[in-house]
Design a protein around this ligand. Structure first.
Ligand code: ADP
Ligand code: MG
Length: 319
């Protein structure tokens, strides 16, 4: 497939029409009209084959996930998604691959009103970089540095499913991966609606990509506080209980597994009831999992208040 056919195909499927895209794909640059009076929030995430996704990942799922991980970052900032650009590096651009990729990308993009406005296409080992722009009213973005002692800690959805799926995929001796877990790995649902609902309420927020404890470590550090988590409070799906019936590996997947793309946030617990009863809530279940205290670091506690030491504290590149 020639480069320009490939770009045409991406443009045809992913360049949704938005009034604020003055000039989209096809020129040297895109021209965009930022929403008046709003701040722009810009995020970028790269997925490299064999590092961020298994080589067996379907093209549709790769297109979905490349956008989903960026939508998750915008959600964690409390921003409304607007425009995406896409840098694609492909070893051998087959039409079937590009069509599948574009469909996965477009399916999620249309749900969130995102328009593809440009990008770059190169030949090389398979890698995908998406840059996503969003908007937020001045002063209302969710940040990592606002957690205060006395706040409670919450998380959306459930934890550990994607890590459990990956564990099975990487183990040649293991059988089939549970389809529910595989979906959580391949097609994460970015919590955009929750991020928007948390504006003006959450004191801090982060999305969980590298593991709950590791990512809340960033919140603790940036906020100058400590976080205590109750291991028994961490939400688990029925599929996770089935896949990991032993609690040690299950807890490890929940607390240290990556790729959850849930939002972890801190909130004055006095505001919890109002958040739960307001219209629409966060659009997803959410669970209280701990508290913010004075000090530093993140502790994971059992029901007796004893520290639990995990086999590894989360995913870190170059570790
Ligand atoms: P240039 O040579 O000026 O950098 P390109 O030939 O790389 O331009 O791209 C032509 C047009 O196609 C540009 O508008 C660019 O943003 C767009 N484009 C290229 N690759 C992609 C891609 N993977 N996804 C979306 N748009 C792309
Ligand atoms: Mg040019």
């Amino acid at each position: 497939m020639a480069e320009f056919d490939l770009i045409d195909l991406l443009a045809a499927r992913c360049a949704a029409s938005r009034a604020d895209v003055v000039l989209g794909i096809g020129d040297d640059g895109a021209i965009l009209a930022p929403p008046p009076g709003q701040h722009l929030v810009v995020v970028t995430d790269t997925l490299v084959a064999g590092v961020h996704f298994p080589l067996s990942t379907a093209p549709f799922d790769l297109g979905w996930k490349a956008l989903a991980v960026n939508l998750s970052d915008l959600a964690a900032m409390g921003a409304t998604p607007l425009w995406a650009s896409l840098a694609l590096t492909l070893p051998e651009p087959s039409r079937a691959f590009v069509e599948g990729f574009a469909d996965g990308f477009a399916t999620l993009a249309s749900r969130h009103g995102v328009a593809l406005i440009g990008g770059d296409t190169t030949r090389g080992p398979l890698a995908v970089t998406v840059t996503l722009h969003g908007a937020v009213p001045p002063g209302q973005a969710l940040r990592r540095d606002g957690a205060r002692a006395g706040d409670a800690v919450y998380v959306t959805g459930s934890l550990g499913d994607a890590a459990a799926a990956l564990q099975v995929l990487l183990d040649p001796a293991a059988g089939e991966v549970d389809a529910r877990l595989r979906t959580r790995l391949d097609r994460p649902e970015p919590r955009v609606e929750a991020g928007l609902a948390l504006r003006g309420a959450a004191s801090a927020c982060i999305d969980i990509s590298d593991g709950l404890v590791a990512d809340l470590g960033h919140v603790a550090r940036r906020s100058g506080v400590a976080i205590e988590l109750e291991v028994d409070a961490l939400p688990a799906s029925p599929a996770l209980f089935e896949a990991l019936p032993d609690r040690v590996p299950r807890r490890a997947a929940q607390a240290a597994g990556g790729d959850d793309y849930e939002l972890a946030f801190t909130l004055d617990p006095a505001r919890e009831a109002a958040m739960r009863t307001r219209d629409g809530g966060l659009g997803v279940t959410w669970t209280r999992i701990g508290r913010v205290v004075e000090g530093e670091g993140v502790r994971l506690l059992d029901r007796h208040g004893h520290d639990i030491v995990l086999p590894r504290a989360g995913w870190e590149h170059f570790a």
